[in-house]
Design a protein around this ligand. Sequence first.
Ligand code: SAH
Ligand code: SF4
Ligand code: F3S
Length: 439
Amino acid sequence: MPKKYYIETYGCQMNVADSEVVASVLSDAGYAPAGSIGEADIILVNTCSIRENAEQRVWGRLDLFRAQKKKRPQVIVGVLGCMAERLKEKLLESDKMVDMVVGPDAYRDLPMLVETAVSGHAAVNVLLSREETYADISPVRLESNGVSAFISIMRGCNNMCAYCVVPYVRGAERSRDPETIVQEAREVFEQGYREVTLLGQNVNSYSWAGSTPIGFAGLLEMVASVDPGLRVRYSTSHPKDLSDDVLEVMAGHDNICRHIHLPVQSGSSSVLKRMNRKYTREWYLDRITSINRILPGCALSTDIIAGFCGETEEEHQETLSLMREVGFDFAYMFKYSERPGTKASRHMKDDVPDEVKTRRLNEIIALQNELSSVSKKADIGRILEVLVEGPAKKPIGAMMGRTSGNKVVVFQASDVRPGEYVQVKVTRATSATLIGNLV
Ligand code: SAH
Ligand code: SF4
Ligand code: F3S
């Protein structure tokens, strides 16, 4: 009887992809997925350190796992990913009864680490690698809708944004062999998937030095050429590196989704400088102009941080004005959270009072709600191509899918299947979705 593992995932899409690598490594070693925590012999939590509250959530989960361990002492609890990397032995020394601590570049070692833990020894591997990309590992798609798959194209980050913990917990940037990426895209297409999202912290700096060197534009072209019926998305673009050649490749392939996630962080050049983002407000707006020229109608989303070190009221206003100027379709918005070890924590003061951060964040959220609503209303009356993902949560009997611009569309249909492309005429919009009818 193979031992059963249960894995819970927090953090970004890259962590979702990593958990699929973990599942693959464990399956190859003879372990099987458990249906629930109660059934699992090994409980794993793949963690995120990006903000303090992300870590708090995981500490809370560890309390629950400890309760399991008290009931069933033979259960192995493992902390994986970014928090494992950042907190290392602290996790083992805590009172949380953690048996295994495994950093993001050590997943091939998991079977061995599990054996160590079973024998009653602390199992730790938090070594970061300069080469590991898990290129040859075929991820086991967990909790997948069978339609969209994540493909990791690179790991780590070299950018050193002042607020960000990622370079410390994920290590140096390295790109994955393009042949293995294209191969994985072909495989998922053959399995019936119809959408792949290419993942990296800064996909625009993808670089493979083979006999013919390949950058991100070249890679995008290769993946888009797998099949015109395979939608291609990517995330995340860094504004300093998003070049027109990528936009031209997008324009040349209808199956590359008309959506760019371009985190701006702040609309103020002085804040961007303190953040070490290496672009200005003007540079960012110039990238938006290029996108609108080369890809008219392309959806735009962003990430924004409220209340970074030294942020003045004027600087905050510049963020609001940039948001209006661009008219983002969607945004992830955060309060600045100081992370130990980062440049900002070592050299800058986290001096914006919490209530000011909260107020600024609320202003940013309120404005984005307006902008998102304008963006959705603009779609009313349009006929949009939708890739069907599955049944909608509500109403009963309705189906849901996504547009090329990444908007969720809900519509009534009895005979469409996940993975089909349908044309939907949008009739109205709620705060989160478009509602329409098949045409
Ligand atoms: N590589 C991506 C971002 C990855 S982290 C990029 O460069 O855009 C995702 C988002 O979390 C970031 O875009 C940023 O908005 C937010 N973030 C990162 N560190 C943060 C911190 N210390 N406090 C608050 N938000 C943070
Ligand atoms: Fe963090 Fe900046 Fe790297 Fe993004 S580009 S992961 S924000 S250091
Ligand atoms: Fe979090 Fe690590 Fe991703 S810190 S955002 S899980 S790279």
